[in-house]
Design a protein around this ligand. Structure first.
Ligand code: MN
Ligand code: MN
Ligand code: MN
Length: 280
């Protein structure tokens, strides 16, 4: 059985449609898949229909952005009830936060002499989650800059006027949205936060205390020593172990669907906590 429990479609910042993602997962031998887009659940029903055809077990999934001690921390939710009120509220909270930030970026660009950037970026984003890359595209399209790199350098990059901080909820709050919907909260890609071991331990303690149940021990292709280290850390905090590619775009070998190492035998695999998804 190959479980890929962290993937993205074009319902957030991925490249493939949910149906194409499922088809690619099937081609790569994935048996159980979680589509974990950044906030929206919009891709789930399309993915579910395709998964049924492909004989892939589809696990409800989501990836929430949170903040903890000034850092952006990602929490993946798995196996929750997609219709639960807490999930709907969480998604709404994140959407409002993204919208307010995008409007603020638009206002700042207007003051800097680029009118209508919000509407322009929104049109370029289409159904995708509106973010700085769309503002960059708009700045190119309206002739304010010559390319995307210049857009970041002049307007959107760190310390520039369009670098508006996002106000995300705390880790505890996102864990609560997931657990209240009978889901399992997973701390995503712990190696990507550039944290010392003691900081990570502090985070894991609080995450566990808040009701978090698993650590993403494998995030795409990674060296065995890292897998082993994270697996031990999961054990130390009585957390189950999850694994996923964090797939966004085809043909990036380090995050291909299903293409990563095995969880060490001493881990408790997170799928044991996902009733109904134990086997296909
Ligand atoms: Mn992403
Ligand atoms: Mn992430
Ligand atoms: Mn992700």
């Amino acid at each position: 059985m190959i479980y890929d429990l962290h993937t993205h479609s074009n319902a957030s910042d991925g490249f493939l449609s949910p149906a194409d993602l499922v088809a690619r997962a099937q081609a790569k031998g994935v048996n159980a898949l979680a589509l974990t887009d950044h906030d929206p659940l919009a891709g789930f029903s399309q993915a579910a229909a395709a998964a049924q055809q492909a004989d892939i077990s589809l696990i409800p999934g989501i990836e929430f952005s949170t903040q903890w001690l000034g850092r952006s921390i990602h929490i993946v939710g798995l196996g929750f009830n997609p219709a639960a009120a807490s999930i709907t509220q969480g998604i709404k909270r994140q959407a409002t936060s993204r919208l307010e930030r995008a409007q603020t970026i638009g206002e700042k660009l207007a003051k800097a002499g680029v009118p209508d950037a919000y509407a322009g970026a929104q049109a370029l984003a289409g159904d995708a989650v509106l973010g700085r890359p769309h503002f960059a595209q708009y700045l190119v399209a309206c002739g304010a800059v010559k390319d995307v790199a210049s857009a970041f350098k002049r307007y959107l990059g760190a310390g520039k006027m369009g670098d508006v901080k996002q106000l995300w909820p705390g880790v505890e709050e996102a864990v609560e949205w997931i657990t209240a919907a009978q889901g399992v909260a997973v701390l995503a890609h712990p190696d990507k936060y550039d944290m010392t071991r003691s900081k990570l331990c502090q985070l894991l303690g609080q995450f566990r205390e808040a009701g978090g149940q698993a650590l993403e021990v494998i995030s795409g292709k990674q060296v065995n020593t890292l897998t082993d280290k994270l697996a031990r850390l999961a054990g130390q905090f009585s957390l189950a172990a999850s694994c996923g590619s964090d797939f966004h775009v085809p043909n990036q070998p380090w995050q291909e669907l299903g293409a990563f190492g095995k969880l060490p035998d001493f881990c408790q695999p997170v799928w044991q906590l996902l009733p109904g998804h134990l086997s296909s």
